[in-house]
Design a binder for this molecule. Structure first.
Ligand SMILES: [Zn+2]
Length: 532
């Protein structure tokens, strides 16, 4: 996803509901197979009526298991109230406290799938955002990231318990409903109601499960690689919206050709009230309302969200500290799309900007990319996960070579599609593909808070430059550094040195006098120059 700057502050007040630690026990107990949500919305209240059928398997015999669902609180009057829970067709005992449903199963056998039917109602406090859009029209938009699905349906709200999902939505018939998966049914009902049924065939993490209910103008813009692509925008500015999102088809083609087969049945690009700039919901990407301009000026945002369909949605991080496997990938693969579509100069400019963002962030906060300490997941949407993650991939591409890097990305995707991966899993794939030991590379760039901070001194003497490189950060990094030697006539040559220690002298042969040297002329190293 992408966060617009102006709302960053607002996001930071959000705190996660359940710590990652608590999930470990749950994964050892149950495995969700499928969610089937029947949902009724109306125009007179913001209260929803719902029945969720959760199909799950037990991993062991347990007296009770837990699902997440935010309960009604007496202060706001918002939250969900459970009416009943059945196991297959039998009533079961449960409690609903601290936003957790604890269910006592009847004679569960490990390995066998059971259906729990949970009837509930209430006004969602979050997760399903009900209100008026920019034109004053009533809309309902899911916005689950990171753990806000549990505000509107019972689930295991963690990216590593994936499941297929279907939604059977009953709404007034002046709305259209978009969701993950493919459209199974759309039928008008008595009393000016309409039933819309969407279903996925592959498992998704809850963070990218979504529905959108609004008055949309919908344009089918054709297929690429047999994947239908459509645009869903507010009718008031449909011409602009159709034009803006018409580029999605060529963006999708590029990534199918460069990563592998697209994991979902369709791609819908949807104007919405998401709190994010873009939210990569599986096969139904939501964009912020003002993304519609009629000027096609969000091509990189569209590319970023489309990359997530592979990285983040299909090959997902195993847990939140590994979120750079989503955001760093989306950022860097967008850069590579820009390299292809706009050329080397535009690509390099983006990398310079991304590096500056990392260096500025480091001045405010020192934390590693793989951050196991931050439990407010919104705070993980930072320059480490996005821009530094992208830079790690950029340096890895330089280290392995373009073709080995691209091959590694494809193999990593094939191995972890529809599953979950950790940073170590990704490292292992890249080591296997390249035949290189990447321990130092991953350790220094992803698990340390700092980056190389360099101070240099040099003199020229008879066709040699004597250069001293000091790394003034605490521990030394290993890296290749390009040095551009600029001659008095303006011509130059680039030499590469391997820097490994805190302070090292290098003797570089040159063809003639040197008037100036420039470090990293082609933007290939994440570093900063020490200020004196
Ligand atoms: Zn993203």
């Amino acid at each position: 996803m992408k966060i617009p700057h102006k709302i960053v502050i607002l996001l930071l007040v959000f705190t996660s509901i359940l710590k990652a630690q608590d999930y470990k026990q749950r994964f050892q107990t149950i495995d969700i197979q499928h969610y089937k949500l029947a949902l009724e919305v109306n125009d007179t209240t913001n209260s929803i009526n719902a029945t969720m059928q959760v199909l799950l398997k037990f991993k062991k015999n347990v007296p009770a298991f837990e699902l997440d669902l935010v309960g009604k609180d007496s202060v706001s009057g918002k939250g969900m109230i459970i009416d009943s829970i059945y196991q297959n067709n039998v009533n079961v005992s449960f409690t609903h406290t601290n936003n957790k449903i604890t269910i006592e199963p009847k004679h569960p056998f490990p390995g066998i799938a059971y259906t729990y039917t949970i009837a509930y109602h209430g006004i969602p406090k979050d997760g399903l955002v009900i209100g008026k859009n920019m034109h004053g029209d009533r809309t309902f938009f899911g916005d689950n990231w990171p753990t806000r699905a549990q505000h509107w349906f019972p689930c295991v709200d963690h990216p590593s318990d994936k499941a297929t999902v279907e939604y059977i939505v009953k709404a007034p018939n002046h709305y259209q409903v978009v969701a993950n998966g493919y459209l199974l049914e759309e039928t008008n009902l008595p009393d000016n109601l309409k039933l819309t049924h969407w279903k996925t065939t592959v498992p998704l993490p809850t963070k990218v499960m979504v529905i959108g209910i609004a008055q949309f103008a919908v344009q089918n813009i054709g297929e690429t690689h047999h994947i239908p692509v459509s645009t869903w925008v507010y009718p008031q500015t449909k011409e602009q919206g159709f034009y803006d999102f018409s580029i999605a088809k060529k963006v999708l083609s590029f990534f199918i050709e460069n990563i592998g087969e697209y994991p979902y049945q369709k791609l819908a690009n949807v104007q919405s009230k998401t709190r994010f700039g873009g939210m990569e919901n599986a096969g139904a990407i939501f964009y912020f309302e003002n993304s519609v301009t009629g000027e096609q000026n969000h091509e990189d945002l569209i590319a970023h969200e489309i990359v997530h369909q592979w990285f983040g949605n299909s090959a997902s991080e195993i847990d939140w500290p590994h979120i750079w496997l989503s955001e760093g990938f989306a950022t860097y693969l967008t850069d590579l799309y820009i390299l292809e579509s706009k050329g080397q100069k535009a690509f390099q400019k983006r990398l310079e900007n991304e590096r500056n963002t990392v260096l500025n962030f480091f001045k405010r906060k020192q934390s590693p990319v793989v951050d196991t300490k931050t439990t407010n997941y919104m705070q993980l949407l930072n320059a480490n996960s996005y821009q530094k993650g992208a830079w790690v991939l950029h340096m890895l591409r330089k280290k392995l070579g373009d073709s080995t890097f691209r091959k590694g990305i494809k193999i990593y995707y094939q191995k972890y599609k529809l599953k979950n991966a950790s940073t170590a899993d990704f490292q292992k794939v890249m080591e296997e593909v390249s035949g290189k030991n990447l321990t130092i590379f991953f350790e220094q760039w992803l698990y340390k808070t700092v980056h190389p901070i360099l101070k240099t001194n040099w003199i020229y003497h008879t066709n040699k430059v004597r250069l001293i490189v000091d790394q003034i950060q605490e521990t030394a990094f290993d890296f290749l550094l390009d040095v551009e030697l600029i001659h008095p006539d303006g011509t130059s040559e680039i030499k590469t040195i391997f820097v490994q220690t805190k302070s090292a002298p290098f003797v570089i042969e040159t063809t003639g006098p040197v008037k100036e040297i420039k470090l990293d002329p082609n933007t290939q190293l994440l570093f900063e120059l020490a200020t004196n």
